[in-house]
Design a protein around this ligand. Structure first.
Ligand SMILES: [Ca+2]
Length: 643
């Protein structure tokens, strides 16, 4: 079965194509399950997998092609929540589709209190197997992370998100959880993790773990029980059909258990979907989200959160948060309801816990109770979403040629297209929570080597001064490079963004004292590969720039997550972009201006004085000068000015 997925991914022509497939497989398919239906011919991925798997279960592929109820647009009548007044939010209508407006509630004041600490938070995402190996076995571990907390604090980061570190067969690098309550032995012990919480808190650092609520590993004890022919407590914890010969329009597996049924998958073959019910039901085996079985799944997930929060964890990044309830509508009413119940319960017990969703539609995610949602990197058939426009508007992760990203000095265009997508989403959630920029993540190609250091510096200037809570992926602060590598633990095209952290020029670049052959992934062999020790010596380094930006952010209330942002300049014919940030109490107003292009540009913004000598220029990259309301921005420049 695994081969089906492997070959499906590996023959795809480009990284972006692979990423698209992975995104679809990992849950974007769920985000867009209804929007994809706008063009039924675009349901290819799910159908191909269904067809492939169902060949193994003796079900004709054609049966999967007929109705596709999973991809039927949700009629208004299905929307469960009442809406007093609504504002439009733009959402991408799936690959091959277009941007369109969906209707979202913009009137509801969130019932959830947001943890105050998020207003000044800056996150650092750590892929545990690749950050620091403390015992020389070639795999990063929890004590390794603990040993680097001072480095993380020195960056200006005061929060961590650690990718799954739970017991797992690692067929999807830990997103296939075998035991939610146990640290994987290769990373250490539960005690090691509790010690990490303590050491982090002593440095003012909050720690979020990664919650994978939508599926488990096929080796999870719940699933082993659920597979049994005899009914038991876990029979309905997963989604089973009524016969070993009955499939469905979602990926499913048959013939592997004594139970006379097939089960629904969320992603890889090893990841059976947990049962949160179906919003729309067209088969007798589909249960309601209000069923006792779906409620039991929600309770079990709350219990897992409770377990780690009680041990000192500060919250969770939640994997594929938008896809719990199957056959849900465009507006995700039942998935939102499920989260409102779960987060309502856990937040009442742990009001300072923070939750960030892999959802990508912040108006929905915040309504569901999350504090933050990511601006995810989406690209479908060459069509970028707003974030992809900024930094990854290309089909080639490695090559500068053909890169039309806004931050590409020679290839990018006006910032207007990004803003036309970002601003409506930003306005829809203002005051309710945070829409968060990432530098990269474990599913996304790193900016380097495609973007130069200078291009990355301008990009970071924006990412770290926009509203919301920023997330820096480990190694991006030194410009670590995406590498073209064979797959590891289900990473496929994502593997190249998951290589060991480059600390210095010692053995394995300081990542591990072990044999290079034992490493989780090989370190970058290039003699010019960036490393922390070298960049610490150099004031013009990427590392120094990131520290400057985060130091500025920490010192200025106008750069806090909540502080409002207003666009000041977005020339249609130029490359420049300027915006203001104003402290919530009105005590401070900053102007951020940038020009990622290669030609000088002049824009009109309310900045006074010549910034070359002006003490109110708080941070400057390249040549920036202002005369009255006119600001001249040199090539590849960035400035933060107090006005
Ligand atoms: Ca280790």
């Amino acid at each position: 079965m695994m081969q089906i997925f492997s070959s499906r991914v590996s023959f795809l022509p480009s990284f972006v194509e692979k990423s698209r497939q992975i995104a679809l497989l990992r849950g974007v398919v769920a985000t867009f399950d209804a929007t994809l239906a706008v063009r039924p011919e675009n349901t290819g991925v799910g159908r191909i997998i269904c067809a492939s798997v169902c060949c193994d279960t003796s079900i004709r592929a054609g049966e999967q092609d007929r109705a596709h109820p999973a991809y039927t647009p949700c009629p208004d009548s299905v929307r469960a929540h009442s809406v007093a007044s609504r504002a439009a939010v733009r959402q991408y209508a799936g690959h091959g589709g277009d941007w369109r407006e969906i209707r979202k509630d913009n009137s509801m004041t969130s019932q959830f209190t947001r943890p105050a600490w998020l207003d000044t938070a800056v996150f650092y995402e750590i892929y545990p197997q690749s950050f620091c190996d403390s015992n020389g076995d070639g795999i990063g571990d929890i004590p390794g992370i603990t040993g680097k907390l001072d480095y993380i604090a020195s960056l200006g980061c005061n929060a961590l998100w650690i990718n799954p570190c739970y017991d797992s067969p690692f067929k999807d690098a830990g997103y296939d959880v075998r035991d939610y309550r146990k640290v994987a032995p290769r990373y250490g012990t539960n005690d090691d993790l509790v010690e990490l919480f303590h050491q982090a808190h002593a440095r003012g650092i909050h720690v979020l773990l990664d919650l994978v609520p939508g599926h488990t590993s096929e080796e999870h004890a719940w699933f082993k029980e659920s597979q049994r022919a005899q009914r038991n407590e876990y029979s309905d914890r997963y989604i089973w059909t009524n016969s070993a010969f009955e499939g469905y329009t979602m990926p499913f597996i048959g013939g592997e258990s004594e139970r006379n049924a097939t089960y629904i998958l969320n992603f890889f073959k090893c990841q059976p979907a947990l049962n949160y019910g179906f919003a729309k039901r067209d088969r007798p085996w589909q249960m309601s989200p209000d069923s006792p079985a779906a409620k039991a799944t929600r309770d079990a997930m709350v219990d897992i959160m409770r377990f780690w929060l009680a041990l000192g964890c500060d919250g969770f990044r939640v994997d594929m948060a938008n896809s719990l309830v199957k056959n849900d509508g465009d507006d995700k009413p039942e998935t939102i309801k499920a989260w409102q119940e779960m987060l309502g319960t856990i937040k009442a017990e742990f009001p300072q816990a923070a939750f960030v969703s892999e959802w990508g539609v912040p108006a929905q995610a915040l309504e569901a109770g999350f504090d933050m949602d990511f601006y995810l990197d989406w690209r479908f058939d060459g069509k970028p979403n707003g974030y992809n426009l900024l930094a990854r508007n290309t089909d080639n992760a490695l090559d500068t040629a053909g890169d039309r990203s806004y931050f590409s000095a020679s290839g990018g265009g006006s910032v207007q297209e990004f803003l036309s997508q970002y601003i409506p989403q930003y306005q829809a959630i203002r005051g309710k929570g945070y829409f968060c920029f990432i530098t990269c993540n474990h599913d996304t190609p790193r900016l380097a080597p495609r973007l130069t250091t200078r291009e990355q510096q301008v990009a970071f200037g924006m990412f770290l001064t926009m509203p919301g809570v920023p997330f820096i992926y480990y190694g991006d602060e030194i410009g670590m490079r995406y590498r073209d590598l064979p797959t590891k633990e289900g990473g496929y095209a994502r593997t190249g963004s998951r290589t060991p952290m480059q600390w210095d020029t010692s053995n394995n670049m300081g990542f591990s004292a072990g044999d290079p052959q034992s490493l989780y992934l090989p370190v970058d062999p290039d003699p010019q590969a960036p490393n922390v020790a070298e960049q610490e010596q150099r004031p013009d380094s990427m590392l120094a720039w990131v520290r400057s930006l985060l130091s500025l952010r920490a010192d200025h209330p106008a750069l806090r997550a909540k502080a409002p942002m207003t666009v000041l300049a977005q020339p249609a014919q130029g490359r420049s972009f300027a915006y203001s940030r104003i402290a919530e109490d009105g005590s401070e107003r900053l102007v951020i201006a940038m020009n990622p292009g290669l030609e000088s540009e002049t824009i009109t913004v309310p900045v006074q004085g010549n910034t070359a000598e002006n003490p109110d220029t708080l941070l400057c990259l390249g040549r920036v000068s202002a005369h009255g309301d006119t600001v001249e921005l040199g090539p590849q420049s960035f400035a933060v000015v107090r006005v």
